[in-house]
Design a binder for this molecule. Structure first.
Ligand code: C2O
Ligand code: CU
Length: 427
Protein backbone atom coordinates (compact mmCIF):
# COMPACT_ATOMS: atom_id res chain seq x y z
CA UNK A 1 0.00 0.00 0.00
CA UNK A 2 1.03 3.60 -0.30
CA UNK A 3 1.75 3.53 3.39
CA UNK A 4 4.65 1.16 3.18
CA UNK A 5 6.23 3.10 0.36
CA UNK A 6 9.03 3.13 2.66
CA UNK A 7 12.44 4.26 2.91
CA UNK A 8 13.23 0.59 2.57
CA UNK A 9 13.09 1.02 -1.15
CA UNK A 10 14.71 3.28 -3.53
CA UNK A 11 16.74 3.61 -5.12
CA UNK A 12 16.40 9.66 -18.08
CA UNK A 13 15.59 10.03 -23.99
CA UNK A 14 17.98 10.97 -27.27
CA UNK A 15 17.60 13.35 -29.93
CA UNK A 16 15.35 16.15 -29.04
CA UNK A 17 13.29 16.77 -32.08
CA UNK A 18 10.45 19.25 -31.90
CA UNK A 19 7.64 17.54 -30.06
CA UNK A 20 9.95 15.78 -27.65
CA UNK A 21 8.03 15.66 -24.45
CA UNK A 22 10.44 17.72 -22.36
CA UNK A 23 8.13 20.44 -23.43
CA UNK A 24 4.88 18.82 -24.50
CA UNK A 25 2.17 16.54 -23.17
CA UNK A 26 2.81 13.00 -22.11
CA UNK A 27 -0.69 11.83 -23.05
CA UNK A 28 0.85 10.27 -26.17
CA UNK A 29 2.75 7.93 -23.87
CA UNK A 30 -0.45 6.11 -22.97
CA UNK A 31 -1.26 3.45 -25.57
CA UNK A 32 -4.83 2.67 -26.59
CA UNK A 33 -6.01 -0.40 -24.69
CA UNK A 34 -6.55 -2.43 -27.87
CA UNK A 35 -3.27 -1.56 -29.56
CA UNK A 36 -1.08 -4.60 -30.18
CA UNK A 37 2.41 -4.52 -28.73
CA UNK A 38 5.34 -4.03 -31.08
CA UNK A 39 7.81 -5.37 -28.57
CA UNK A 40 6.60 -7.94 -26.15
CA UNK A 41 8.84 -9.43 -23.52
CA UNK A 42 8.25 -11.87 -20.69
CA UNK A 43 10.69 -11.55 -17.82
CA UNK A 44 10.78 -14.28 -15.21
CA UNK A 45 12.54 -13.25 -12.01
CA UNK A 46 14.25 -15.83 -9.87
CA UNK A 47 16.51 -16.09 -6.86
CA UNK A 48 19.32 -18.29 -8.10
CA UNK A 49 23.00 -18.69 -8.77
CA UNK A 50 24.28 -17.33 -12.07
CA UNK A 51 27.63 -17.06 -13.79
CA UNK A 52 29.69 -13.90 -14.20
CA UNK A 53 31.78 -14.73 -17.27
CA UNK A 54 35.45 -14.23 -16.45
CA UNK A 55 34.80 -14.51 -12.76
CA UNK A 56 32.52 -17.32 -11.70
CA UNK A 57 29.28 -18.04 -9.89
CA UNK A 58 27.33 -15.42 -7.95
CA UNK A 59 24.27 -15.81 -5.76
CA UNK A 60 21.63 -13.26 -6.59
CA UNK A 61 18.58 -12.63 -8.72
CA UNK A 62 18.06 -13.19 -12.43
CA UNK A 63 15.62 -12.30 -15.18
CA UNK A 64 15.14 -15.21 -17.59
CA UNK A 65 18.12 -16.88 -15.88
CA UNK A 66 20.61 -14.06 -16.56
CA UNK A 67 21.83 -10.91 -14.91
CA UNK A 68 21.69 -8.40 -16.40
CA UNK A 69 18.31 -9.45 -17.75
CA UNK A 70 17.67 -9.52 -21.48
CA UNK A 71 18.31 -6.28 -23.32
CA UNK A 72 15.04 -4.83 -24.57
CA UNK A 73 15.34 -3.18 -27.98
CA UNK A 74 12.60 -1.05 -29.44
CA UNK A 75 12.17 1.57 -32.11
CA UNK A 76 10.85 5.02 -31.40
CA UNK A 77 7.05 4.85 -31.39
CA UNK A 78 6.84 1.15 -30.52
CA UNK A 79 4.41 -0.06 -27.92
CA UNK A 80 6.46 -1.98 -25.38
CA UNK A 81 4.75 -4.61 -23.30
CA UNK A 82 6.68 -6.34 -20.57
CA UNK A 83 5.16 -9.07 -18.48
CA UNK A 84 6.98 -9.55 -15.22
CA UNK A 85 6.61 -12.94 -13.60
CA UNK A 86 8.06 -13.13 -10.13
CA UNK A 87 8.87 -16.76 -9.63
CA UNK A 88 11.03 -16.62 -6.53
CA UNK A 89 12.31 -13.18 -5.56
CA UNK A 90 11.46 -12.86 -1.87
CA UNK A 91 9.93 -9.56 -0.67
CA UNK A 92 8.31 -8.99 -4.08
CA UNK A 93 9.66 -6.80 -6.85
CA UNK A 94 8.75 -4.35 -9.62
CA UNK A 95 10.30 -2.97 -12.79
CA UNK A 96 11.08 0.74 -13.06
CA UNK A 97 11.97 2.20 -16.49
CA UNK A 98 14.82 4.42 -15.43
CA UNK A 99 14.84 7.58 -17.50
CA UNK A 100 11.73 6.83 -19.53
CA UNK A 101 8.99 9.35 -18.84
CA UNK A 102 6.21 6.77 -18.69
CA UNK A 103 2.68 7.41 -17.40
CA UNK A 104 2.71 7.19 -13.60
CA UNK A 105 0.89 3.85 -13.45
CA UNK A 106 3.72 2.19 -15.40
CA UNK A 107 6.55 3.65 -13.30
CA UNK A 108 7.06 0.52 -11.24
CA UNK A 109 7.59 2.04 -7.81
CA UNK A 110 6.46 -0.39 -5.15
CA UNK A 111 4.09 1.23 -2.69
CA UNK A 112 3.44 4.27 -4.87
CA UNK A 113 2.39 3.29 -8.35
CA UNK A 114 1.75 -0.40 -7.66
CA UNK A 115 2.15 -3.07 -5.04
CA UNK A 116 5.27 -5.18 -5.22
CA UNK A 117 4.78 -8.28 -7.36
CA UNK A 118 5.09 -11.15 -4.91
CA UNK A 119 6.48 -14.61 -5.70
CA UNK A 120 3.86 -16.37 -7.82
CA UNK A 121 2.42 -13.09 -9.13
CA UNK A 122 2.55 -11.39 -12.52
CA UNK A 123 2.34 -7.76 -13.63
CA UNK A 124 2.24 -6.29 -17.14
CA UNK A 125 3.74 -2.92 -18.07
CA UNK A 126 2.64 -1.16 -21.28
CA UNK A 127 4.00 2.10 -22.60
CA UNK A 128 4.90 3.78 -25.85
CA UNK A 129 8.58 4.41 -26.52
CA UNK A 130 8.13 8.07 -27.40
CA UNK A 131 11.75 9.11 -27.08
CA UNK A 132 14.71 7.29 -28.57
CA UNK A 133 17.60 6.89 -26.17
CA UNK A 134 19.60 4.76 -23.78
CA UNK A 135 17.74 3.65 -20.70
CA UNK A 136 17.76 0.85 -18.19
CA UNK A 137 15.28 -0.94 -16.06
CA UNK A 138 15.53 -2.19 -12.49
CA UNK A 139 13.47 -3.39 -9.60
CA UNK A 140 12.16 -0.61 -7.39
CA UNK A 141 11.35 -2.66 -4.32
CA UNK A 142 14.17 -2.88 -1.78
CA UNK A 143 16.17 -1.43 -4.66
CA UNK A 144 19.41 -1.12 -2.78
CA UNK A 145 19.48 -4.87 -2.36
CA UNK A 146 17.62 -6.15 -5.40
CA UNK A 147 19.45 -4.03 -7.98
CA UNK A 148 22.81 -4.91 -6.53
CA UNK A 149 21.96 -8.59 -6.65
CA UNK A 150 21.08 -8.48 -10.31
CA UNK A 151 17.54 -7.26 -11.05
CA UNK A 152 18.35 -4.85 -13.87
CA UNK A 153 18.74 -4.75 -17.63
CA UNK A 154 19.23 -2.45 -20.59
CA UNK A 155 16.50 -0.75 -22.61
CA UNK A 156 17.48 0.81 -25.93
CA UNK A 157 14.99 2.80 -27.95
CA UNK A 158 16.77 3.42 -31.16
CA UNK A 159 16.59 5.28 -34.35
CA UNK A 160 19.13 2.63 -35.55
CA UNK A 161 22.95 2.67 -35.83
CA UNK A 162 25.61 0.14 -34.82
CA UNK A 163 25.04 -0.04 -31.14
CA UNK A 164 27.42 -1.25 -28.52
CA UNK A 165 26.12 -1.30 -24.98
CA UNK A 166 28.34 -1.01 -21.92
CA UNK A 167 26.18 -1.54 -18.88
CA UNK A 168 28.41 -1.36 -15.82
CA UNK A 169 27.34 -3.08 -12.63
CA UNK A 170 29.10 -4.05 -9.43
CA UNK A 171 28.03 -7.28 -7.76
CA UNK A 172 29.54 -7.70 -4.33
CA UNK A 173 32.76 -5.77 -5.14
CA UNK A 174 33.03 -7.32 -8.63
CA UNK A 175 32.69 -4.61 -11.29
CA UNK A 176 31.31 -6.02 -14.55
CA UNK A 177 30.40 -4.74 -17.99
CA UNK A 178 27.41 -6.37 -19.68
CA UNK A 179 27.56 -8.95 -16.92
CA UNK A 180 31.19 -10.02 -17.52
CA UNK A 181 34.40 -9.36 -15.61
CA UNK A 182 37.85 -8.39 -16.94
CA UNK A 183 38.58 -7.49 -20.56
CA UNK A 184 35.38 -8.02 -22.53
CA UNK A 185 35.28 -7.80 -26.33
CA UNK A 186 32.72 -6.87 -28.93
CA UNK A 187 33.22 -6.96 -32.67
CA UNK A 188 32.42 -3.84 -34.67
CA UNK A 189 33.79 -1.72 -37.50
CA UNK A 190 33.11 1.77 -38.73
CA UNK A 191 31.25 4.20 -36.55
CA UNK A 192 29.58 2.89 -33.44
CA UNK A 193 27.32 4.39 -30.87
CA UNK A 194 28.53 3.29 -27.45
CA UNK A 195 25.79 3.40 -24.85
CA UNK A 196 27.38 3.73 -21.42
CA UNK A 197 25.07 2.90 -18.55
CA UNK A 198 26.09 3.25 -14.92
CA UNK A 199 23.89 1.02 -12.79
CA UNK A 200 26.11 1.43 -9.72
CA UNK A 201 25.84 3.67 -6.69
CA UNK A 202 28.73 6.02 -7.42
CA UNK A 203 29.90 8.11 -10.37
CA UNK A 204 32.21 6.49 -12.94
CA UNK A 205 34.67 8.06 -15.35
CA UNK A 206 34.75 6.46 -18.81
CA UNK A 207 37.22 7.12 -21.62
CA UNK A 208 38.35 5.80 -24.96
CA UNK A 209 41.92 4.58 -25.50
CA UNK A 210 42.91 4.54 -29.15
CA UNK A 211 40.90 7.34 -30.69
CA UNK A 212 38.71 10.38 -30.02
CA UNK A 213 34.93 10.49 -29.64
CA UNK A 214 31.91 12.72 -29.42
CA UNK A 215 29.36 12.79 -26.61
CA UNK A 216 26.16 12.46 -28.61
CA UNK A 217 23.57 11.98 -25.88
CA UNK A 218 23.17 12.46 -22.15
CA UNK A 219 20.48 10.56 -20.26
CA UNK A 220 18.77 9.84 -23.55
CA UNK A 221 18.71 13.39 -24.88
CA UNK A 222 20.81 14.24 -27.94
CA UNK A 223 23.62 16.76 -27.55
CA UNK A 224 23.38 19.66 -29.96
CA UNK A 225 26.45 19.98 -32.21
CA UNK A 226 28.88 17.85 -30.15
CA UNK A 227 32.54 18.70 -30.80
CA UNK A 228 35.24 16.00 -30.99
CA UNK A 229 36.92 15.09 -27.71
CA UNK A 230 40.52 13.88 -27.31
CA UNK A 231 42.30 12.88 -24.13
CA UNK A 232 39.40 13.48 -21.79
CA UNK A 233 37.13 11.26 -19.78
CA UNK A 234 33.43 11.67 -19.38
CA UNK A 235 31.61 11.22 -16.09
CA UNK A 236 28.69 8.81 -16.01
CA UNK A 237 26.51 9.65 -13.01
CA UNK A 238 25.19 6.77 -10.95
CA UNK A 239 22.00 5.85 -12.79
CA UNK A 240 23.05 8.02 -15.74
CA UNK A 241 23.66 7.20 -19.39
CA UNK A 242 26.13 8.74 -21.81
CA UNK A 243 26.21 7.84 -25.51
CA UNK A 244 29.52 8.23 -27.33
CA UNK A 245 30.03 8.16 -31.07
CA UNK A 246 33.31 6.48 -31.87
CA UNK A 247 34.84 5.96 -35.30
CA UNK A 248 37.08 2.90 -35.08
CA UNK A 249 40.48 3.36 -36.69
CA UNK A 250 40.61 0.90 -39.62
CA UNK A 251 42.05 -2.47 -38.56
CA UNK A 252 42.43 -1.42 -34.93
CA UNK A 253 40.52 -1.86 -31.73
CA UNK A 254 39.80 0.71 -29.04
CA UNK A 255 39.51 0.16 -25.33
CA UNK A 256 36.87 1.74 -23.17
CA UNK A 257 38.17 2.52 -19.70
CA UNK A 258 35.44 2.06 -17.13
CA UNK A 259 36.48 3.62 -13.87
CA UNK A 260 40.02 2.27 -14.02
CA UNK A 261 39.51 -1.27 -12.76
CA UNK A 262 40.34 -4.54 -14.48
CA UNK A 263 37.04 -4.51 -16.34
CA UNK A 264 37.23 -2.79 -19.72
CA UNK A 265 35.42 -3.12 -23.03
CA UNK A 266 37.43 -3.61 -26.21
CA UNK A 267 35.58 -2.72 -29.40
CA UNK A 268 36.92 -4.08 -32.69
CA UNK A 269 39.55 -6.66 -33.59
CA UNK A 270 43.16 -6.83 -32.45
CA UNK A 271 45.14 -5.37 -29.60
CA UNK A 272 43.80 -2.27 -27.98
CA UNK A 273 45.96 0.30 -26.23
CA UNK A 274 45.66 0.73 -22.47
CA UNK A 275 46.00 4.19 -21.01
CA UNK A 276 45.34 5.55 -17.53
CA UNK A 277 42.35 7.76 -16.88
CA UNK A 278 42.89 11.12 -18.57
CA UNK A 279 43.18 14.04 -16.17
CA UNK A 280 40.76 16.25 -18.05
CA UNK A 281 37.06 15.66 -18.20
CA UNK A 282 34.29 16.78 -20.53
CA UNK A 283 32.16 19.43 -18.81
CA UNK A 284 28.55 19.08 -19.87
CA UNK A 285 27.86 22.64 -18.71
CA UNK A 286 29.82 24.00 -21.67
CA UNK A 287 29.91 21.08 -24.15
CA UNK A 288 28.10 21.47 -27.50
CA UNK A 289 26.07 24.43 -28.76
CA UNK A 290 22.94 26.03 -27.33
CA UNK A 291 19.77 25.04 -29.16
CA UNK A 292 17.88 27.54 -31.26
CA UNK A 293 14.88 27.31 -28.96
CA UNK A 294 14.04 25.77 -25.61
CA UNK A 295 10.60 24.33 -24.91
CA UNK A 296 10.18 26.89 -22.11
CA UNK A 297 11.68 30.08 -20.78
CA UNK A 298 13.27 29.29 -17.39
CA UNK A 299 12.93 32.97 -16.46
CA UNK A 300 9.14 32.48 -16.41
CA UNK A 301 9.05 29.83 -13.67
CA UNK A 302 5.77 29.55 -11.78
CA UNK A 303 7.24 27.60 -8.82
CA UNK A 304 10.57 27.49 -7.12
CA UNK A 305 11.85 24.85 -4.74
CA UNK A 306 14.99 24.42 -2.71
CA UNK A 307 16.36 20.93 -2.30
CA UNK A 308 19.19 21.18 0.21
CA UNK A 309 20.84 17.93 1.18
CA UNK A 310 22.44 17.77 4.60
CA UNK A 311 23.39 15.30 7.25
CA UNK A 312 22.97 15.28 10.99
CA UNK A 313 23.06 12.96 13.95
CA UNK A 314 19.77 11.40 14.92
CA UNK A 315 17.73 8.26 14.82
CA UNK A 316 16.40 6.43 11.78
CA UNK A 317 14.26 3.33 12.22
CA UNK A 318 15.35 3.49 15.85
CA UNK A 319 19.00 3.38 14.89
CA UNK A 320 21.38 6.14 15.95
CA UNK A 321 23.66 7.51 13.26
CA UNK A 322 24.39 10.38 10.91
CA UNK A 323 21.35 10.58 8.67
CA UNK A 324 20.53 12.51 5.51
CA UNK A 325 18.29 15.51 5.62
CA UNK A 326 16.40 17.39 2.91
CA UNK A 327 15.79 21.05 3.76
CA UNK A 328 16.65 20.14 7.35
CA UNK A 329 14.06 17.37 7.58
CA UNK A 330 14.73 13.71 7.95
CA UNK A 331 12.75 11.04 6.10
CA UNK A 332 9.84 10.42 6.36
CA UNK A 333 9.23 13.97 7.64
CA UNK A 334 10.36 15.56 4.39
CA UNK A 335 7.55 17.61 2.86
CA UNK A 336 6.65 16.70 -0.72
CA UNK A 337 7.13 19.21 -3.51
CA UNK A 338 3.62 20.16 -4.65
CA UNK A 339 2.98 21.25 -8.23
CA UNK A 340 0.04 21.89 -10.52
CA UNK A 341 0.09 20.42 -14.01
CA UNK A 342 1.59 22.98 -16.35
CA UNK A 343 3.86 24.56 -13.74
CA UNK A 344 7.30 25.53 -14.88
CA UNK A 345 9.46 24.62 -11.91
CA UNK A 346 12.91 25.79 -10.98
CA UNK A 347 14.80 24.08 -8.20
CA UNK A 348 18.02 24.88 -6.40
CA UNK A 349 19.74 21.63 -5.50
CA UNK A 350 22.41 22.19 -2.92
CA UNK A 351 24.61 19.60 -1.31
CA UNK A 352 26.08 20.36 2.11
CA UNK A 353 26.22 16.75 3.28
CA UNK A 354 29.89 15.85 2.84
CA UNK A 355 29.28 13.24 0.11
CA UNK A 356 28.32 13.10 -3.54
CA UNK A 357 24.68 12.36 -4.42
CA UNK A 358 23.32 11.32 -7.82
CA UNK A 359 19.88 12.94 -7.77
CA UNK A 360 17.17 11.21 -9.77
CA UNK A 361 13.69 12.58 -10.47
CA UNK A 362 11.19 10.09 -11.85
CA UNK A 363 8.89 10.85 -14.78
CA UNK A 364 10.58 14.08 -15.88
CA UNK A 365 13.79 15.36 -17.38
CA UNK A 366 15.33 18.45 -15.90
CA UNK A 367 17.32 21.15 -17.63
CA UNK A 368 20.52 22.28 -15.92
CA UNK A 369 20.63 26.09 -15.74
CA UNK A 370 23.67 26.79 -13.53
CA UNK A 371 26.32 25.03 -11.48
CA UNK A 372 27.87 26.94 -8.58
CA UNK A 373 26.59 30.12 -10.15
CA UNK A 374 28.11 29.46 -13.59
CA UNK A 375 25.58 29.53 -16.43
CA UNK A 376 25.17 26.53 -18.70
CA UNK A 377 26.43 27.68 -22.08
CA UNK A 378 26.65 24.43 -24.06
CA UNK A 379 24.02 22.18 -25.57
CA UNK A 380 20.88 22.11 -23.41
CA UNK A 381 21.81 19.67 -20.67
CA UNK A 382 18.73 17.55 -19.98
CA UNK A 383 19.22 15.00 -17.28
CA UNK A 384 17.39 12.59 -15.05
CA UNK A 385 20.43 11.60 -12.99
CA UNK A 386 22.53 14.53 -11.81
CA UNK A 387 25.84 14.11 -10.01
CA UNK A 388 25.80 16.65 -7.18
CA UNK A 389 29.17 16.75 -5.45
CA UNK A 390 29.61 17.95 -1.89
CA UNK A 391 29.41 21.76 -1.74
CA UNK A 392 27.92 22.02 -5.20
CA UNK A 393 24.76 23.91 -6.06
CA UNK A 394 22.80 23.33 -9.24
CA UNK A 395 19.87 25.26 -10.52
CA UNK A 396 17.57 23.17 -12.66
CA UNK A 397 14.22 23.67 -14.42
CA UNK A 398 11.51 21.33 -15.57
CA UNK A 399 7.97 21.38 -16.82
CA UNK A 400 5.39 19.66 -14.63
CA UNK A 401 3.69 17.83 -17.49
CA UNK A 402 3.26 14.31 -16.17
CA UNK A 403 0.68 14.05 -13.35
CA UNK A 404 1.35 11.54 -10.60
CA UNK A 405 3.43 11.03 -7.49
CA UNK A 406 7.06 10.84 -8.45
CA UNK A 407 10.07 9.93 -6.40
CA UNK A 408 12.95 12.38 -6.31
CA UNK A 409 15.79 10.56 -4.62
CA UNK A 410 19.46 9.84 -4.44
CA UNK A 411 20.42 6.98 -6.77
CA UNK A 412 23.17 5.88 -4.47
CA UNK A 413 20.62 3.29 -3.43
CA UNK A 414 21.92 2.74 0.10
CA UNK A 415 21.54 6.51 0.64
CA UNK A 416 17.95 6.31 -0.56
CA UNK A 417 17.32 3.43 1.81
CA UNK A 418 18.73 5.70 4.53
CA UNK A 419 16.12 8.33 3.76
CA UNK A 420 17.49 10.53 0.99
CA UNK A 421 14.09 10.55 -0.64
CA UNK A 422 11.27 12.93 -1.30
CA UNK A 423 8.41 13.12 -3.78
CA UNK A 424 7.04 15.43 -6.39
CA UNK A 425 3.28 15.49 -6.09
CA UNK A 426 0.67 16.93 -8.44
CA UNK A 427 -2.25 18.55 -6.65
CU1 C2O B 1 16.59 4.10 -11.09
CU2 C2O B 1 13.88 5.53 -8.26
O1 C2O B 1 15.17 4.82 -9.68
CU1 CU C 1 23.27 9.99 -1.99
Amino acid sequence: SAMDMGYADYGGGPAMPAGHHHGSSVAELKPAADRAADVSVRLVARKERFDIPGRGPMDGYTLNHTSPGPQINAKQGDLIEVTLVNESVPDGMTLHWHGVDVPAAEDGVAGITQDAVQPGQTFTYRFVAVDAGTYWYHSHQLSHEQVKKGLYGVLVISPGTTDVVAAVHTYDKVRTVNGGYGERRVAATGTVRLRLINTDNGPMAAWVDGTGYRVVAVDGTAVNDPPPVEGKSVLVTAGGRIDLEITLPPGKAVRIGLGGGPTTLVIGDGDAPTAPEPKDRVDLLTYGKPAAALPFDPAKATRHFNYTIGRRPGFFNGKPGLWWTINGHQYPKVPMFMVTEGDLVTMTVKNTSGQVHPMHLHGHHVLVLTRNGAQATGSPWWTDSLNVEDNETYEIAFLADNPGIWMDHCHNLPHASQGLVTHLMYE
